[in-house]
Design a protein around this ligand. Structure first.
Ligand code: HEC
Length: 158
C-alpha cells in the first residue's frame, strides 16, 4: 500500500515537473537592446553595479542554466522583470526609474536581493565595497546621503 502511494506520488510530481517546463512564462531570455546608459561617476561604480546589480537592472542579464528550469525560471524572470521596471541602466533617458534610491537600497541591505547572493557569491559586497558603491551610486544618480562611512547614516529619519 505505502509503496504504491510513494510510487504514485513520485510519478505525479515527475509528470508535473515535465509539464510545467512547457509553460511559456519567463522562457524568452532574449535581452532587449541597450538604448542608453547613465554617465557613471567612475569606473569602479559601474564595475560593482555590473557585478551586483546588472543582472536584474539592465538589458545585459546573464541567464544562469537554472533560469531555464521551471519553477525557478518563473522566480528569476519575475525578479528581472520587476527589477528592470524599477531601474534599468540600459534604457537610461528612455523612461522613468527609481535610480535615486539606489544608494539607499544598498545601504539598507535590501539590494542586491539577499536570495540572489545565495547563488551569486561574486555579488556579495564587503563593508568597504558597500560604502564605495553607495557613494558612487549617489554621485551617479543624484541620491541623497553622500557620506564617507555607512555608520554616519544613523537610523532613518522618518
Ligand atoms: C535578483 C535581482 C536583483 C538584483 C541582483 C538587484 N535588484 Fe534591485 N530590485 C529588484 C526587484 C525585483 C526590485 C523591485 C521590488 C523591490 O523593490 O523589492 C528592485 C528594486 C530596486 C530599486 C527600486 C527601489 C524600490 O524598491 O522601489 C532600486 C533603486 C534597486 N533595486 C537598486 C539595486 C541595486 C543598486 C542593486 C545592486 C547593488 C540591485 N538593485 C540588485 C531586483 C534586483
Amino acid at each position: 500500500m505505502l509503496r504504491k502511494v510513494v510510487f504514485w506520488t513520485i510519478g505525479i510530481i515527475a509528470v508535473l515537473f515535465v509539464a510545467i517546463q512547457f509553460v511559456p512564462y519567463g522562457r524568452d531570455h532574449t535581452n532587449p537592446p541597450v538604448l542608453g546608459e547613465p554617465t557613471w561617476s567612475d569606473a569602479e561604480t559601474k564595475a560593482t553595479f555590473d557585478r551586483a546589480c546588472a543582472d536584474c537592472h539592465s538589458n545585459e542579464t546573464k541567464w544562469p542554466w537554472y533560469s531555464n528550469v521551471a519553477p525557478v525560471s518563473w522566480l528569476v524572470w519575475r525578479d528581472v522583470d520587476e527589477g528592470r521596471a524599477k531601474l534599468n541602466v540600459s534604457e537610461w533617458g528612455h523612461r522613468r526609474n527609481e535610480a535615486d534610491e539606489a544608494g539607499e537600497q544598498v545601504q539598507k541591505g535590501e539590494m542586491p536581493m539577499p536570495i540572489y547572493l545565495v547563488l551569486h557569491p561574486e555579488a556579495r559586497l564587503s563593508a568597504d565595497e558597500k560604502t564605495t558603491l553607495i557613494n558612487g551610486l549617489n554621485a551617479t544618480f543624484g541620491g541623497e546621503g553622500l557620506r564617507s562611512s555607512p555608520m554616519a547614516y544613523g537610523p532613518p529619519a522618518d
